[in-house]
Design a protein around this ligand. Structure first.
Ligand code: ATR
Length: 273
């Protein structure tokens, strides 16, 4: 029941209509028996929003496109990893002091490490946007080698340089020997879910393939990878784990990953319930 003690959290972005974060976090709060509510805020005026967070005592925020970098000047403190990545997806309000974190990196690592061992892996990252950057910095010290591939070479090279790794253009992908492919572009996302960013030939048996897209749950890339004998890791897994890390930062407690997953699956795949 909502009452005078209810603690407020939310996600800010533009647009925000398709976000599954409210469903996921409200399920986590309910499972933990917390008197808390999580809402979606469609925000264009970020400065006004952050003043509102302070004034209303909103306890925590998820931050999404297009505000992940723009929010940084509005914060009091920045976690080291978020600083390195240059993007914040989580804000914690501790008695009026706002600290920014990036849980995409931890979420990706957990999604990967619960399925495969990263040590010594030759990893190919497709894309060089914010998500690619977060994942690449998290993986840098865990894998054997890292290569960035991107549509626009300038952006791809810049990320590769920041990581101290190599860059390859999309039309040279067949030359890379990779054990782990991580797909971070929007190619294959609903409603354009017939699209696939790479040709089937680069998918080899025994390889691991993670797609950060979670709608559809199994992208064309993951379906192809599965049929070629690859280990496949879904974007849903990363989404849930980054949300679980947010819950830990906000509440200090351990969320029910099972309740979070169930709630999101009820929306994404109601027929499979
Ligand atoms: P996010 O922060 O979610 O990662 P982003 O910063 O917009 O999103 O990055 C999107 C990534 O997907 C970029 O690497 C982009 O490539 P460019 O740097 O060339 O723009 C890539 N991307 C987007 N649409 C693509 C497409 N149709 N084909 C290949 N790559 C695409």
């Amino acid at each position: 029941m909502i009452d005078q003690q209810t603690v407020l959290y939310g996600v800010v972005g533009w647009p925000i209509g398709h976000s599954l974060s409210p469903v996921m976090h409200n399920a986590a709060f309910a499972a933990a028996g917390l008197n808390a509510v999580y809402l979606a805020f469609a925000v264009r005026d970020l400065a006004g929003c952050m003043a509102g967070v302070q004034a209303l005592g909103i306890r925590g925020l998820s931050v999404t496109v297009p505000h992940k970098s723009a929010v940084i000047p509005h914060l009091d403190d920045l976690d080291e990893r978020a600083r390195e990545i240059g993007a914040v997806n989580t804000v914690v309000n501790r008695d009026g002091r706002l600290t920014g974190y990036n849980t995409d990196a931890a979420g990706a690592l957990q999604a990967l490490e619960e399925r495969i061992s990263l040590a010594g892996k030759r990893c190919l990252i497709l894309g060089a946007g914010g998500a690619a950057r977060a994942i690449a910095f998290a993986l840098r010290d865990k894998v054997g080698a890292l290569t960035v591939a991107n549509r626009s070479p300038a952006r791809g090279r810049a990320l590769a340089q920041a990581l101290g790794c190599s860059f390859i253009s999309l039309d040279e992908l067949h030359r890379v020997q990779a054990d782990l492919l991580i797909q971070t572009t929007p190619v294959g996302m609903a409603p354009d879910d017939g699209a696939c960013p790479v040709s089937e030939q680069i998918l080899k048996e025994g390889m691991a393939v993670m797609d950060i897209i979670y709608n559809p749950l199994e992208t064309k890339l993951l379906a192809m990878a599965r049929s070629r004998g690859c280990v496949t890791i879904t974007g849903l897994s990363m989404f849930i784990h980054q949300g679980a890390e947010q819950f830990r930062l906000w509440t200090g407690g351990e969320p029910s990953v099972q309740a979070m997953t169930r709630a999101v699956l009820e929306v994404l795949a109601p027929e499979e319930r």
